[in-house]
Ligand binder design. Structure first.
Ligand SMILES: Cc1cc2nc3c(=O)[nH]c(=O)nc-3n(C[C@H](O)[C@H](O)[C@H](O)COP(=O)(O)O)c2cc1C
Length: 333
């Protein structure tokens, strides 16, 4: 069920983006952006929790460290029909550290275990409870510490763990640097899987090719992919093809397949526009769809310009013109 996962990404993986990825990858497990317990308990919870029914299987990612608050949020997620609740123990931002959650929680395995236990107690077998973490913090390079951390959360009832296979360096690096600079160490994740064979493990970080994903899947239970979702969205389709070969609606022509995805997405865009959703939010998933195909830069430029004009008609006719041109001439641009 977690063979292929879309990573939680703030400001990206909102409901519209997830709907688009669902069209590309029907078997992908989708994760929301991180939502803090405070935002859910004191803010407009419906805005954060609502989603399209086609998004299933879907996980809500929470940021927090108060077991009671997490328990209440887990119940809200259950009421909304989510399939999984995931605790963020990987985000290194200063804001998150000040709130005492995210990656700094790796230093407090007992507290994380209490959080997991509180959520699991609330939702029982109705939903998965998972943790997304790093290999450690602040250049500790301490495998036995990591092992104890995983053991604590497993005993607390964690169903599976997602490991971003690098440390988070809490001082001196910003979140973006923390996604690139601490070196990736996949073998540690593989080793954890051999030590905890009953715990499902999903590996994350720097997975950019089908070949790499296939190697990971020979060691662990799933791969989670983040940035390619907005840098090269079609990678999700390639993963779907590779790992779920019996799925239907594959077209041998990768261009036709891309255009079919757009055609399937446009009615959703139109419906959301009627609801007042802003055009850039809805159309930005399309920007990287042709990466790697000749004409992709031109497509991105033209679509960006049309989006900036804020004119629905201009955007729709640009897109439809391209689909028509390809259908008639076999050429995209
Ligand atoms: C723009 C952006 C926002 C992110 N927001 C979150 C988040 O809300 N929660 C989280 O656990 N990780 C977040 N991450 C980290 C990703 O989930 C993922 O762990 C990281 O990008 C490494 O995977 P990748 O190399 O496939 O991108 C974010 C990453 C990016 C690029």
């Amino acid at each position: 069920m977690h063979t292929l996962c879309l990573a939680p990404m703030l400001d990206w993986t909102d409901t519209h983006f997830r709907y688009f990825i669902r069209l590309l990858a029907p078997h992908c497990f989708l994760y929301t952006e991180m939502v803090t317990t405070g935002a859910l308990l004191r803010g407009d919870a419906h805005r954060f929790l609502s989603y399209h029914p086609q998004e299933h299987p879907l996980a809500l990612q929470l940021g927090g460290s108060d077991p009671a608050a997490l328990r209440d949020c887990a119940q809200m997620a259950r009421d909304y029909g989510y399939d999984e609740i995931n605790l963020n123990v990987g985000c290194p931002s200063d804001r998150v550290q000040r709130g005492r959650f995210g990656a700094c929680l790796m230093k407090e395995p007992n507290l994380v275990a209490d959080c997991v236990a509180a959520m699991k107690e609330q939702v029982g077998g109705a939903m998965f409870v998972s943790v997304k973490c790093r290999l450690g913090v602040d250049n500790q390079q301490d495998f036995s510490f990591l092992e104890r951390f995983i053991e604590a959360i497993q005993q607390a009832g964690c169903d599976h763990v997602i490991i971003h296979a690098r440390e988070a360096w809490l001082k001196g690096l910003n979140p973006k640097e923390n996604r690139d600079i601490p070196p990736l160490n996949y073998p540690w994740v593989y080793q954890l899987k051999t030590l905890f064979p009953a715990l499902k493990m999903i590996i994350n970080g720097g997975i950019r090719t089908i070949e790499d994903a296939a190697i990971h899947l020979s060691h662990v239970d799933g791969v989670m992919i983040g940035r390619p979702a907005y840098e090269n969205a079609f990678f999700f389709r390639a993963c779907e093809r590779a790992f779920f070969p019996s799925s239907d609606f594959y077209d041998e022509n990768i261009m036709t397949e891309r255009l079919a995805i757009i055609s399937a997405y446009l009615p959703y865009v139109e419906a959301q526009r009627i609801e007042g959703v802003r055009l850039p939010r809805l159309l930005r998933p399309l920007l990287s769809l042709f990466n790697g195909v000749s004409g992709s830069k031109q497509w991105r430029r033209m679509l960006t310009a049309a989006i900036q004009q804020g004119d629905d008609k201009a955007c729709f006719s640009l897109i439809q013109e391209h689909i028509k041109k390809f259908t008639i001439s076999g050429e995209f641009l």
